[in-house]
Design a binder for this molecule. Structure first.
Ligand SMILES: [Zn+2]
Length: 82
C-alpha cells in the first residue's frame, strides 16, 4: 500500500534534485523524476524511509511529445448565430 495518492499538481518541482517532490512524514521528500514519469512510473519514493506515494498524472503530459507539438491547434468551428 502506498502512503498516499498525490496529484502531480500538488507536488513541487525541485531544481536541485531535478525531480518532483512531496513532503514525507519522516521529514525527507518523496521524489520522482521527469524521466520516470515519461516511462510511466507512478511511484515516488522517499530515499530515507520505506514509504512511497502514488503520483496521479496524465502520462501524455510527460511523454515525448515532439510530434504532438507539430500538430495543428484544434480547429475552431465558427458558430453562426442566426
Ligand atoms: Zn520518508
Amino acid at each position: 500500500m502506498s502512503y498516499d495518492d498525490v496529484e502531480i499538481e500538488d507536488m513541487q518541482w525541485n531544481e536541485e534534485l531535478r525531480a518532483y517532490t512531496y513532503p514525507c512524514p519522516c521529514g525527507d521528500l518523496f521524489q520522482i523524476t521527469k524521466e520516470e514519469l515519461k516511462l510511466g512510473e507512478e511511484i515516488a519514493r522517499c530515499p530515507s524511509c520505506s514509504l512511497y506515494i502514488t503520483v496521479i498524472y496524465n502520462a501524455e503530459d510527460f511523454a515525448d511529445n515532439k510530434s504532438k507539438n507539430n500538430l495543428e491547434p484544434p480547429k475552431r468551428q465558427a458558430i453562426a448565430v442566426a
